[in-house]
Design a protein around this ligand. Structure first.
Ligand code: SF4
Length: 417
């Protein structure tokens, strides 16, 4: 598997050089030069730890959470004050962990960010289903949150049990969501669980929309090497059949496909912290992507707080991209939306997409993976499946390795991928 991803990387970046992440530190972050910047804040606390979850998280304690948020606010001012002018940014997303466990302090974090940034496209936050009650939702709304994403994973009791989750009270969820409305209510589901059928998944989606969701995300189950999940991955053929069938169902229902795994029932409903040209991340494990580099903060909560309290940023690793590496990174995450606009590529890189990747685009069209219309390349159903399939490879070859190391070492010397 690693062989395929390495070959593809060498071909697309036109070099045998791997992606090299080094323990390099920059006091100043080059975010002022980024035209469309998104913000991300990581809050790594969970009441209980799910065995399938690869994200950076620790068990919740009120005291630790408060100390962490004090550090987070300090980091925001450390970074934000690097430029005197308030910078316009697109969106702000809170991820975790379970950021809604700190619902009472989200307003304070947003206020700190607003001292340095002007947020133009709303604020999103992830919730555990246990957080969906009027009190928490109201606190989030008062803090300016406009989009929520609930990590349901499955409404089906059989899969809730498999995932170590308890049965959900959908009546309670419905009444809380009706009492406190948001512009986007997204629900996350895991698909390709062992034995999961089209009907199981369809029923999850129907339930989500009936409870007031206007956006859903169906993420594939990925068996990370460092998680303790006993579940086996679904065979490729079954997975493709399931993804194609459920995609077709969503399209037949008139839902808009906003990315490989997301569908919305209303045109303005969107939830994505991933498809940004550039972004700035705060908190442990948060990443920042600039025009020519990518940075990752330490995954270790204590080391994060220590670094910030000494007045230094918590960067663990930095990669300074070659031009082709940056292009591939851009294309990979832009393609997540199932569409790549040639003009947007040219605006970002100053060179036509066709000049850099004409052969690859031609081949992708010949193999029926892409269609081109007015300068926009759109994935076909087959293309979306193979993107998803390759993304799985990429996740297991690159992210699995990197996160596996970062979970053990607060500041590793170097990681080559
Ligand atoms: S799935 Fe959500 S609640 Fe479970 S451990 Fe991961 S972040 Fe925490």
């Amino acid at each position: 598997m690693r062989f395929i991803t390495s070959l593809t990387r060498m071909w697309l970046t036109r070099t045998i050089q791997p992606f090299t992440f080094k323990n390099e530190y920059d006091r100043l972050l080059p975010f002022a030069e980024c035209e469309t910047l998104g913000l991300y804040v990581h809050i790594p606390f969970c009441k209980s730890i799910c065995n399938f979850c690869p994200y950076c998280k620790v068990r919740y304690s009120a005291e630790l959470c408060d100390t962490y948020i004090d550090s987070l606010i300090q980091e925001i001012h450390l970074v934000g004050s690097q430029h005197t002018e308030r910078k316009k940014v697109t969106s702000l997303y809170f991820g975790g962990g379970t950021p809604a466990l700190a619902a009472h302090r989200i307003k304070e974090i947003v206020a700190a960010l607003k001292e340095h940034f002007i947020i133009t496209e709303g604020i999103g936050i992830e919730l555990h289903p246990d957080n969906v009650n009027v009190e928490v939702l109201q606190a989030l709304k008062d803090a300016g949150v406009t989009k929520i994403s609930i990590g349901v994973q499955s409404f089906c009791h059989k899969y809730q049990k498999l995932l170590g989750r308890k049965k959900l009270d959908t009546d309670k969820m419905l009444s809380a969501l009706s009492a406190v409305p948001f512009e986007t209510v997204s629900m996350d589901f895991i698909f390709a669980l062992p034995g999961q059928t089209y009907d199981d998944l369809k029923s999850d989606i129907e339930t989500a929309f009936s409870l007031g969701a206007n956006h859903i995300a169906i993420y594939p189950f990925i068996d990370f090497t460092f998680t303790e999940s006993p579940l086996a991955a679904m065979p490729k053929k079954d997975k493709r059949r399931l993804l194609d069938a459920i995609t077709q169902y969503c399209l037949d229902m008139g839902y808009f496909r906003s990315s490989v795994w997301t569908f919305s029932s209303e045109p303005n409903a969107s939830y994505s912290s991933m498809t940004r040209d550039t972004f700035l991340g705060f908190g442990c494990s948060a990443t920042s992507l600039f025009k020519g580099q990518f940075k990752i903060n330490t995954f270790d909560v204590a080391s994060y707080c220590e670094r910030i309290s000494s007045g230094n940023l918590a960067t663990a690793l930095t990669i300074r991209f070659t031009k082709r590496q940056r292009m591939i990174y851009w294309l990979f995450w832009t393609a997540y939306s199932t569409r790549v606009n040639a003009k947007a590529f040219e605006t970002f890189f100053g060179v036509p997409l066709k000049k850099m990747y004409g052969i690859e685009l031609w081949l992708a069209k010949q193999f029926g993976l892409l269609k081109e219309q007015n300068g926009t390349y759109e994935m076909t159903l087959k293309g979306a499946f193979y993107y998803h399939y390759y993304e799985n490879f990429y996740t297991l070859s690159y992210i699995d390795k990197m996160w596996g190391i970062l979970r053990k070492e607060a500041f590793p010397k170097q990681i080559k991928l």
